[in-house]
Design a protein around this ligand. Structure first.
Ligand SMILES: [Zn+2]
Length: 311
């Protein structure tokens, strides 16, 4: 198990309300901590599933296929081909709604901010003050942190204090709005205590000065990549893609579309190329390459000062 339960719940919450935890995702986390989240209303179990996704390449025309109970087993039945029937386990039928305000209360309690988190806007809470007198906010989802008017709302809560926001990773152009407003953004997946099953925010991540050393160095000619001080081997095609993603960071748009990626690499889909690039990175670096849906776009989660693109 690589991802802790708190990190899993925060990642699932990034897509916005209603966030769901499926039984199969929950199963490896069963135990006392999980029960406590049920008790605290962070997770609320939903009625057992009665429908299941249709098979990947089905022509049955259904939006969802029914789950039938046959001889005590639950089966997601394919109406056109019995070989595509799926036998479901007990975990598959379970699901849990993640209640965002209860989740934030859990984080605030574990971090000992004292007092209840105060809602500021949909999906955004004021947690309190950091020890260096910054007003601390938490935004659970991408939509929440990017909602219009949020900067003004946070300023009115913070009064004259400087502002730090814990938020999901965002594209460079979106980040620039906060940088321009002198607001510090701390990525949500980096600030939880790494070794704990608890929800405590590692307060040192809030107070350390922003890293001045480039986190990522790319040497175009020698085709070398240094990430977090270590050399990473990136094959030629994904390397070209990494350079393009880095070049996009300083631009107004900040991202690449699938069409732009495929135009440079005939014959392969953007999704495949992005996967190759992520596979070249270590586990804890894969989140550097982000995907955003509708419409699909790809971007590097680094600010212009955090990487160095060299000849
Ligand atoms: Zn089917």
């Amino acid at each position: 198990m690589t991802e802790t339960l708190p990190k899993l719940l925060l990642r699932l919450s990034e897509a916005g309300d209603p966030a769901m935890l499926w039984g199969r995702q929950a199963a490896p986390h069963a135990g006392r901590d999980f029960e406590r989240l049920l008790d605290h209303g962070v997770l609320v179990e939903q009625a057992p599933a009665t429908e299941w996704d249709v098979c990947p390449a089905c022509d049955c025309g259904l939006d969802a296929r029914p789950i039938h109970q046959v001889n005590g087993r639950h089966i997601a039945v394919c109406p056109t081909d019995r070989r595509n029937d799926v036998v479901l386990g007990a975990d598959d039928l379970r699901s849990f709604r993640i209640h965002s305000s209860a989740l934030v209360r859990e984080i605030a309690m574990a971090s000992r901010f004292g007092g209840e988190p105060t809602p500021v806007a949909a999906g955004v809470w004021h947690l309190g003050e950091t020890s260096n007198q910054r007003a601390l906010f938490l935004a659970l989802s991408q939509d929440a942190v990017l909602q219009p008017g949020l900067i003004g709302l946070m300023r009115s809560v913070a009064r004259s204090s400087p502002i730090t926001v814990i938020a999901p990773a965002m594209a460079a152009d979106e980040l620039a709005r906060f940088v321009d407003a002198a607001i510090a953004i701390i990525p949500i997946d980096g600030c939880l205590d790494g070794n704990a099953v608890g929800f405590a925010i590692d307060l040192s991540t809030l107070e350390s000065a922003p890293a001045l050393e480039p986190h990522l160095v790319i040497f175009r000619q020698s085709q070398r990549v240094i990430l977090g001080g270590n050399e990473v081997h990136v094959p030629q095609q994904p390397f070209k893609l990494l350079v393009k993603l880095a070049e996009a960071v300083g631009t107004r748009k900040g991202h690449l579309t699938p069409q732009e990626i495929e135009a440079e690499n005939s014959g392969r889909s953007a999704g495949d190329l992005i996967r190759d690039l992520r596979n070249a990175l270590h586990d804890d670096q894969k989140t550097l390459i982000r995907t955003r849906q509708s419409p699909t776009r790809y971007f590097l989660v680094l600010a212009p000062g955090e990487f160095d693109l060299r000849p």
